[in-house]
Ligand binder design. Structure first.
Ligand SMILES: Nc1ncnc2c1ncn2[C@@H]1O[C@H](COP(=O)(O)OP(=O)(O)OP(=O)(O)O)[C@@H](O)[C@H]1O
Ligand SMILES: [Mg+2]
Length: 258
């Protein structure tokens, strides 16, 4: 089953979409939510889960160990994950929540002057490439805003890339850029509109179609989503279950398409 990476501009609704998809896919099997955003902290609250005791980078010995193993020159790179890496082989201390939906953090910036987030990018890239996903299992990858994860090669390990487009010019420009970046990596690419009304949806669909991009899902602006987020409450699926189930089918979620 697919590893799905969600990308888009800042605040477009990437973490919201990851959470809503985790709800519907979790009714059908196991979902691992992978948080590759080294800055934002709120995804586990949306999911209604406590953060895991350790980040994946912490499990691998911390930033300096990762730098030494994964960012070394090609002939000095060392293997950091077990052979046959699966969802079930992950250490419990780096997983939050309970199955059917669990939450893994790659790593967060913790201290001023600790350096850039390249080691987190290297862990995310390598982890997703090596992770094998079984029948009735899905991996949903939340990303930081913009395109830095493309530069780091994080989408290489994903089967599908979803770009969230909100009603803004920046989102349209970014969608066109992500289309090209996905083509560079030979990755399947689809668009989900978020926070749209009928007029915005019609305009964005027309603009995206003119650039050869197809919209497969639409989420309206829903006040309950925005309010739950502000209050730090778990995000419920009831306001847009139908849209999410349809999207999950398009993503190969329920029908055996891989
Ligand atoms: N369909 C929606 N209806 C109403 N509010 C929404 C919707 N989708 C997202 N929001 C709100 O928009 C804000 C940004 O959402 P979210 O955090 O999911 O975006 P993001 O793309 O992950 O942001 P970042 O780039 O900072 O990681 C939040 O307040 C969220 O509740
Ligand atoms: Mg986010």
């Amino acid at each position: 089953m697919p590893k799905i990476l969600i990308t888009g501009r800042g605040g477009s609704g990437k973490s919201t979409l990851v959470t809503l998809l985790a709800r519907v896919l979790g009714d059908r099997g196991k979902v691992l939510v992978v948080d590759t955003d080294e800055s934002n902290l709120g995804l586990c609250k949306m999911l209604g889960q406590e953060p895991p005791a350790l980040t994946l980078m912490g499990c691998l010995g911390g930033k300096s160990a990762v730098k030494e193993k994964l960012l070394a020159s090609a002939d000095e790179k060392k293997k950091v994950f077990v052979d046959n890496l699966t969802i079930d082989s992950l250490p419990d201390e780096c997983l939050g929540g309970q199955w059917p939906a669990r939450y893994l953090r790659i790593g967060k910036i913790e201290r001023s002057l600790e350096g850039c987030a390249c080691p987190m990018g290297a862990v995310a890239r390598s982890f997703l490439k090596e992770l094998t996903v079984g029948q009735d299992e899905w991996v949903l990858v939340d990303t930081e805003a913009g395109v830095e994860h493309f530069g780091r090669g994080v989408p290489q390990g994903a089967d599908r890339v979803v770009i969230v487009v909100d009603p803004s010019q920046e989102a349209l420009l970014l969608a066109a850029k992500a289309q090209k970046l996905c083509a560079d990596l030979n990755k399947k690419f689809i668009v989900v509109l978020n926070k749209v009304d009928a007029a915005a949806s019609a305009y964005l669909r027309q603009e995206l179609a003119a650039r050869g991009m197809v919209v497969v899902g639409t989420i309206p602006f829903i006040k309950d989503i925005w309010q739950a987020n502000m209050l730090g409450e778990t995000l419920a699926i009831d306001t847009c279950r139908e849209e999410m189930e349809a999207l999950a089918i398009s993503l190969g979620g329920f029908n055996g398409i891989n």
